[in-house]
Design a protein around this ligand. Sequence first.
Ligand SMILES: Nc1ncnc2c1ncn2[C@@H]1O[C@H](COP(=O)(O)OP(=O)(O)O)[C@@H](O)[C@H]1O
Ligand SMILES: [Mg+2]
Length: 331
Amino acid sequence: MARGELMKKLLASYGREDDFRAVAEQIILEEEQKNNRVLARSLRKTLDHATATSGNTSKPAQPKSLGALITFPDAGSDFVERVEPTHTKSDITLSHANIRVFTGLIQEFRRSDEIRRNGLPVRSKLLFCGPPGCGKTLCAEVFAVELGLPLFVVKLDQLISSYLGETAGNVRKIFEFARKQPCVLFLDEFDALARSRDDSAEHNELRRVVNSLLLFIDRMQTRGFMIAATNLDSSLDAAIWRRFDEVVWFDRPDLSLIAKFVSSKFCNSPVDFEATKHIHLLEGYSYAEIERVCIQAIKSPIIKRRKKITEQDFIAAIGDETRRRTGRARL
Ligand SMILES: Nc1ncnc2c1ncn2[C@@H]1O[C@H](COP(=O)(O)OP(=O)(O)O)[C@@H](O)[C@H]1O
Ligand SMILES: [Mg+2]
């Protein structure tokens, strides 16, 4: 944005702390982008000092211990939700590549103090990409469980759409919160944000909100992880990509992962055929779709008062899912 415009905005935000901070952040970022690092650093110091001494909520980061759980400020409770995980790692099927990525991230997190003491950065901002139903949300949950951190889900679409006018402040509260509270902060449906950035006809206010959110993500220092999930991939613009330390792909399962997944679903159900014989019919389906097939097949013997799942049950369930898919394709 032109400097004059930013100055006008800065003056117009007089008396409104959150708006003032959002514009000030934007000015600092512009200086950073212009490579005026000394000025940017000095502006940042001045801003941090000003807000820390103004008696408001922007206190410096809290001590390091995993203290009691801080409740989320009321104003944010409509778009941030504490989620109690109900799944564990035995519930998720991951590719070998992703198992390696997550094992690495967990090990790094456990040694984060030491890594930082050596002046090295710790990866903490992750972007999960991939088609729906392939485990992005599930993995965020399991990851939080594995790390022993609370999971907070940010409802971005609501944040963007219903809070225009006061969003900058709400966004700031989310990030202040994540700085104080070691947690996994999950920004689901990050596409909502990407879309609003793309849409050139959008309202100025919306653009400002999106930009301030991206700015906060840039500057964010979590003591846990920030994970954003999106169904979009290549259409996500570069300004968004570069903000993440790691991008993890959640693809539809290949044949060997389908076999593994189907076996895990049938592990407690009596089956009188070799399910792997038919898994090629499920190629190209998401985990969520395959799970639906398995659940239908598992229900069949209960409905038909039989003891075991038959080959016909399984094939019929696959047929139902295929019909459902074809129907959806027609929409
Ligand atoms: N990789 C996976 N392993 C096991 N189950 C999965 C996996 N991916 C999806 N599922 C099943 O599908 C449901 C929906 O998946 P979800 O994580 O919400 O997908 P996404 O967030 O990628 O759209 C999950 O709750 C789970 O039951
Ligand atoms: Mg999801």
